[in-house]
Write a protein that binds this ligand. Structure first.
Ligand code: PRT
Ligand code: ZN
Length: 298
């Protein structure tokens, strides 16, 4: 009998495509994908990947064409509000917050334009491709403003005289800068999310969803984690343990020939930044070494 296969929708070509494929590969999935094909076959898991426009992902999961989807929270929340506004039930569930696709939906004004809080938005025209999220933001702050819904190139709307300010996605901010715009408010902090259909899955499919989520957790944990090794004076041990970010009990090893010194090995569940290393050094640590962690299973 054929095993039922999971269908997972991801973005066909865009900012989320590579990180989505990378996550799946790290979860152990091998897929065969021909050029421009809409679907890829999972060779070692009963899971097939569908390549679509990101805006279609919530609908595909909502309508049960796909069991799972990887999509930006910005697209998902806009869809949620749109469905609610049309009186349709919202039928996708968020399973996991993912550590890629980070950006924010933000309000930005022309650089020379004064801005003094939400009151400065009153009566203004705001260009966006996210009218529902913007409408909710304005409503919560009891601001009356005109929403100009565009399908793209939002950042040039003020220069074209189509709007006074914009509400658009920002990551580094260089697009705003290039267009002489200044970020003034955050409407939504966004990142990619894994969503699923709320419909009951066949038992074997359900088991694979659980396994996939466990692997995603493992992958994300490892991505942030570092293995750190250092030498420390025994007297500074308490301070050094306090400085190690997100580590549980480190391994303390005596150093041959140096009775007042020990080696400390620890897994840190957060990234270890230069600032942390500098503080550790100030506290007396030496021979500091930070290594990436490949896999972790607790
Ligand atoms: O064709 P399709 O509809 O699938 O793609 P798309 O053009 O709608 O989406 P795409 O690939 O641009 O983005 C997909 C998702 O990536 C978005 O829905 C967000 O969840 C996420 N994301 C993360 C971003 C950004 N970062 C981002 N910077 N989406 C868009 N941008 C834009 C931003 O608006 C600006 O115009 O990229 C430009 C560069 O940003 P700066 O701030 O780095 O200059
Ligand atoms: Zn899109």
């Amino acid at each position: 009998m054929d095993e039922p296969r999971l269908k997972l929708a991801i973005q066909k070509s865009g900012r989320l495509t590579d990180p989505s494929l990378d996550l799946l590969a790290r979860c152990g999935l091998k897929i065969s994908r021909g050029k421009d094909q809409l679907m890829a076959f999972g060779e070692n898991m009963p899971l097939d990947v569908l390549f679509v426009r990101d805006d279609d992902i919530p609908d595909l999961v909502q309508e049960d064409v796909c069991d799972l989807g990887l999509v930006g929270l910005n697209v998902l929340e806009e869809k949620r509000l749109e469905l609610a506004a049309r009186g349709h039930p919202v039928r996708f569930q968020s399973l996991r917050t993912l550590d890629f696709g980070r950006c924010r939906l933000a309000l930005a004004v022309p650089q020379e334009h004064p801005y003094e809080g939400a009151a400065s938005l009153r009566g203004r025209r705001i260009a966006t491709t996210y009218p529902y999220l913007l409408e909710q933001y304005l409503r919560e702050r009891q601001v009356n403003a005109e929403i100009v819904t565009l399908s793209g190139a939002v950042e040039i709307a003020p220069r074209l005289g189509r709007a006074d300010l914009i509400c658009d996605l920002v990551s580094t901010g260089s697009t705003l800068q290039a267009n002489h715009l200044r970020e003034v408010e955050t409407v939504l902090e966004s990142h990619a999310v894994l969503i699923r259909t709320p419909l009951a899955l066949a038992p074997l499919k359900g088991e694979w969803v659980e396994r996939l989520m466990m692997r995603i957790d493992g992958v994300q944990q490892v991505r942030e984690s570092k293995y750190i090794m250092l030498h420390a004076p025994r007297a500074a041990l308490a301070e050094i343990r306090r400085l190690l970010p997100g580590s549980e009990s480190p391994t303390i090893i005596p150093l041959e020939g140096s009775p007042d010194k020990v080696a400390v090995h620890a897994v840190c569940r957060e990234n270890v930044f230069w600032e942390t290393l500098e503080r550790l050094k100030q506290a007396g640590a030496s021979a500091l070494l930070v290594l990436p962690v490949e896999k972790m299973l607790n």
